[in-house]
Design a protein around this ligand. Structure first.
Ligand SMILES: C[S@@+](CC[C@H](N)C(=O)[O-])C[C@H]1O[C@@H](n2cnc3c(N)ncnc32)[C@H](O)[C@@H]1O
Length: 311
């Protein structure tokens, strides 16, 4: 399936790109956002991260005519400060992130992200890392599995599914996506199986988030991004589920709130410390009806933007 970038113009345009500015794309994917941002640069430069080697390989090809304006980096965006400092970059003018798994990752039947294809239980964005879905499913304790399914999948039947996984793997290891789907189905009451939506959706989401440490990377990534921003620089993040959105919303809120001052301490207005950031939009930006009609992935997308207003 073709990969269509979500909230493409809304995200890049929200950064007010300066032709000579320095920008970061934390989630290069197939370079949809990156290519549009680069089209606005003259002497500026884009540093683009992805932890998936396949994404970088295809984007290198996709961006071959503009590679003088881009540096592609195989690393987690939670390490962007270190990676940029190593390249002599201390401050940047804008950062964007389009979180989660890309359509090409979901649609690659070999990667094990999807319950629609039978594949080895992999789900790693970064194929060089050790932890994969097979390890999570076959070595985590029943308690750990229950917690992950509850927290990362918001799965009502977390305990029943975790119990069924542990029971099954004592007979033989669970190695494929379809084997896992069967175990999940065996743990759910018949009325759940009759409901709309795939019964394995939440469990697959939960395991994928654990394998890729998606929420931990996001929290650290946002903090690094906001530290790197120069005055007037902006950070724009697209999320796809409530767990991600909560992290972005709360972190942006903390950074854009003035530091707490004990109300009994008498301070003049000029003595009060102002926040270093301001929210550009209080409510998240959502896809237009036109985009919703064209791209299924855009239904759950929410864009939030913040700007640094002082150093
Ligand atoms: C939704 S896609 C991005 C699509 C891209 N904006 C485009 O227009 O083609 C997300 C990409 O970010 C990568 N990714 C997710 N989390 C990451 C992280 N913590 N560090 C680096 N890359 C990450 C994934 O491997 C995937 O390729």
């Amino acid at each position: 399936m073709k990969h269509v970038s979500v909230l493409l113009h809304e995200t890049v345009d929200s950064l007010n790109v300066k032709p000579d500015g320095i920008y970061v794309d934390g989630t290069l994917g197939r370079a949809g956002h990156a290519k549009y941002l680069i089209s606005k640069l003259t002497t500026g430069h884009l540093y683009a991260f992805d932890k998936d080697e396949q994404a970088l390989k295809e984007s290198r090809e996709n961006l071959k005519d503009v590679l003088d304006k881009a540096t592609l980096i195989h690393a987690d965006f939670s390490r962007m400060k270190e990676e940029l400092h190593a390249r002599g970059v201390e401050k940047v003018d804008g950062i964007m992130m389009d979180l989660g798994v890309s359509s090409p990752q979901f649609d690659d039947s070999q990667r094990g992200f999807s319950y629609r294809f039978d594949a080895r239980l992999d789900m790693r964005m970064n194929q060089e890392q050790d932890l994969d879905a097979e390890k999570v499913v076959n070595t985590y304790s029943e308690q750990e599995l229950t917690r992950i399914l509850k927290e990362y999948g918001e799965e009502r039947y977390a305990y029943a599914i975790a119990k069924a996984i542990v029971k099954k793997r004592t007979i033989q290891p669970i190695k494929t996506t379809f084997e896992l789907v069967d175990v999940i189905k065996s743990a759910l009451p018949a009325k759940e199986l009759r409901k709309k939506g795939h019964p394995a959706k939440q469990t697959f989401q939960a395991i994928r988030i654990e394998v890729n440490n998606e929420l931990g990377a996001l929290q650290k990534g946002i903090e690094e991004a906001l530290d790197l921003l120069d005055v007037n620089g902006r950070c724009a993040i697209i999320t796809f589920h409530s767990l991600e959105d909560r992290i972005v919303k709360n972190t942006f809120k903390d950074y854009s709130s003035a530091p707490f001052v004990e109300p009994r301490i008498p301070l003049k207005v000029e003595q009060m410390e102002q926040a270093s950031f301001q929210l550009i939009n209080r409510k998240p930006i959502l896809a237009t009806q036109e985009e919703l009609d064209e791209n299924h992935r855009s239904h759950s997308a929410k864009l939030r933007v913040i700007e640094r207003i002082k150093g």
